[in-house]
Every structure is written in C-alpha cells, then in structure tokens.
Design a binder for this molecule. Sequence first.
Ligand code: PAF
Length: 279
Amino acid sequence: MIFKNISDLRHHLIEQLPNALGLVPTMGALHDGHLSIIKDAIADCDVVVVSIFVNPTQFNDPKDLSNYPRTLKEDVEKINQLHGNILIYCPSVKEVYPHGVVSETFDFGSLSKYMEGQYRGGHFDGVGTVLKRLFQLVKPNKAYFGKKDYQQFAIVKKLVDIENFSIEVIGCETYRESNGLAKSSRNKLLSKDQMQEAEILYSCLKWAKENFHKQAPTEMKKKVKSIFTSKENFKLEYFEIADENDLVPVVKLIKGKRYRAFIAAYCSGVRLIDNIALN
Ligand code: PAF
C-alpha cells in the first residue's frame, strides 16, 4: 500500500496497532541491498514502513541531486514482490519541509568531521534533518540502515541520542555485486565495464583487512593512493582508517580498539563509497 501523506498512513497504522513498527528510510532507486534491509526489518517487525523521499538538503552538489535516479514505479513493484506487511510512504517536499527546504544544524562531534563529513559539507545536517522529521512523522520503534554508509549509521545513532527518540537503530550488512562492489543506487549510473572496474574499491578494502597488522595505517594510505594514480577512470577522494566508535582517523593503532577502513572514489564521475571492519 502506498501513502502520500502522513495522516493517511497514521490512520492505517492506528487500525493495525503494530507491536513493533519498523522504518526503512530510502531515497528510492531500490536495489537488492535495500530489499535485503527491508527483509531484515520484516523479520523483526510486524509492520514495516519504507519511506521513499529524495532529500534535497543532503546533496551538496545540485547536479548530483538532479542526476539522482528516480524510479518510483519500479521501486513499488520490487517492494510488492516481498512478503510481509509493508507500507510505502512517499511524502511531498511540503510535508517533510513545511517551513521551507532548509537544514537544521546538529553537533555530531567527531562523527561528522572526517571522510564524508569533510568532503560533503552539510551532508550530515541534511541527513539528520530529514531523519528527525521522518522519525517524528512515522514514530517507528526500530529504524534500519545499511552499513555501506557506516558513517551515516553512526550519525543516526547519535541523532537518536541527541533528540531522545526511543528508536532502536539497526545496522544491516552491506549487500554486494558478485565482483564485491557494494550495491548502491548510483551503480545504475555506471556502464557494465565501469561496474567491473569499480571492484577496485572493495579490493583495496579487502587488501587493507588482510594487511591490517602488517603495515602502519599511513603506509596503507600511501599504497592505496598509488593504486588509484595508475587508474585512468578513477579519482580517489579518500582512503582512511578510523576508530569505529568516534570515526577519528588513526595514525597509531591502540590495542583493544576496533577499526574500519573507509574509501570514497569517483569512477568515471560517479561517486562511490564503501568500508570494511578491519579487526
Ligand atoms: O541512505 C540514504 O538513502 C539516505 O541518506 C536516507 C537515510 C534515506 C536519508 O535521506
């Protein structure tokens, strides 16, 4: 069932009285990665709301916003093939931003300072703004996010903390193409050959994991940089090794801490990101 406004969705939910209401926020262009997150939510909750809303405030590049794939008809067909009590919520810009399309600013501390936070100014304020609003509108008990966007996942947990929402934030494993490339709506913008070449991101992450205790983080960063300089169609934005808890890039490893490697690169102009747990 599709709902275009919150009053109809609320009305329907009051009749259903779910014990556990799950929310899977998306910007549409659904792929198998999203479907796997929705399946995780269905396994946990008796009713799942999938929101589809391309959020203007989280795009720092207007071209990226206008290029973002919009495929509502196909998205609905894909959701309808899943089994479970799934409600689709496609709000208008006016419903999400009744006072104008502007971002709130949040203090996410170090979580928004590096990597995506460094290269996409204002992005996490936009994400925080839309999710705060969606959480207020839908009032879920649980909300599901892919760990491909690990920094976003960490920031949503912080947002729930800051705003005192009683919502459990659940991270779902990254779904990958057969060559290891993380599933992303942006993969639709790549040709078959480019998609093949883009496996380099995951190869670098896997290499980092395999060599984590053999090389210092700075050496690893140099090596990954050098791999990308020889790749004509690619531009590496960052390769970073950071503490999993505060997402501060690390220079010297500390025993007992957990680390992840993060990567962002343009493949023929399409921006791709990925990450991996190192220990
Ligand atoms: O990950 C996304 O698709 C978006 O950032 C989200 C969480 C739906 C907020 O617009």
